[in-house]
Design a protein around this ligand. Structure first.
Ligand code: DGL
Length: 271
């Protein structure tokens, strides 16, 4: 791997604005880091795209982040992590480390839920890839995974429907699915779901653990940077938020996912 230094920024990408939940968790844990966030708003949602399309977009985005001199790339999107992680790792492995949102969660579940039944909700792309099931199986901890695609949740959240009657009904409809009965934990396998974590927790009334990948991934990044002497100790890091297509409504929704409004800079993927 090429020599990277702690002063270089952390690269993060997602299909759009939802990955800002991961960026937010990273910023909370590592406030000194400079972030370069790329939201592929021209091509969202990834959740119902083909694997090949997501792979092509991900490679182009990695090129942008490498040009911006990032010291690590975080795939802050479950759909892209399931479709493009292996390819991307191969593509950039001689230059920087790639961290996806799935492996840290699988490790966490394997450590804490041995012999248990664990539910998973995510986009069609993530669930159909079967990647969580395969990786959890490989851990050999006798964990039974119960996956359920929940495609309505992303557009629902993007339209601002959460913490209200409509979101409660839709969330309950999914969580009452027979496949999710008898689970002891639920993985929130999508960048958008931290916004409805409270509603999901309320549904279960603390009977099961609700696992939010944004926190687990931030921890994985912290450990990697710490162990490799790449944590930025000096304050003053500047963040940049790039999008492949700009609209005012994207910018308005940054507040939902990042807890504060941020300015989006347009950066076309294909030039
Ligand atoms: N970021 C995607 C994910 O985590 C959700 C939005 C989309 O489908 O693009 O799977």
């Amino acid at each position: 791997m090429e020599k990277v230094t702690k002063d270089q920024p952390v690269g993060i990408f997602d299909s759009g604005i939802g990955g800002l939940t991961v960026a937010h968790a990273i910023k909370q844990m590592m406030p000194n880091e400079s972030l370069i966030y790329f939201g592929d708003t021209a091509h969202l949602p990834y959740g119902d795209k083909s694997e090949a399309a997501i792979q092509a977009y991900s490679i182009k985005i990695a090129d942008v982040l490498l040009k911006k001199n990032c010291k690590v790339i975080v795939i802050a999107c479950n759909s892209a992590s399931s479709a493009a992680y292996e390819l991307l790792k191969e593509y950039v492995q001689h230059r920087v480390k790639v961290i996806n949102v799935i492996d840290p969660m699988v490790k966490w579940v394997a450590t804490n839920f041995q012999g248990r039944t664990v539910g998973l909700i995510g986009t069609k792309r993530t669930i159909q890839s079967g990647i969580y099931s395969r990786k959890i199986e490989e851990e050999n901890r006798n964990i039974k995974l119960q996956p359920l695609p929940a495609p309505l949740l992303v557009p629902m959240i993007e339209e601002g429907f959460f913490n209200n009657k409509i979101s409660k009904d839709i969330i309950e409809e999914y969580l009452r699915d027979p496949s999710l009965q008898d689970i002891q934990a639920l993985i929130l396998g999508c960048t958008h779901y931290p916004l409805i974590k409270k509603e999901i927790k309320d549904f279960y009334q603390d009977r099961i653990a609700v696992l939010d990948s944004s926190e687990v991934v931030a921890k994985a990044l912290y450990e990697y940077l710490h162990d490799h002497g790449l944590l930025q100790e000096l304050p003053g890091g500047k963040d940049h938020f790039l999008v492949s297509d700009y609209t005012e409504s994207f910018e308005a929704s940054t507040k939902l996912f990042f807890q504060q409004s941020v300015h989006l800079e347009k950066h076309p993927l294909w030039s």
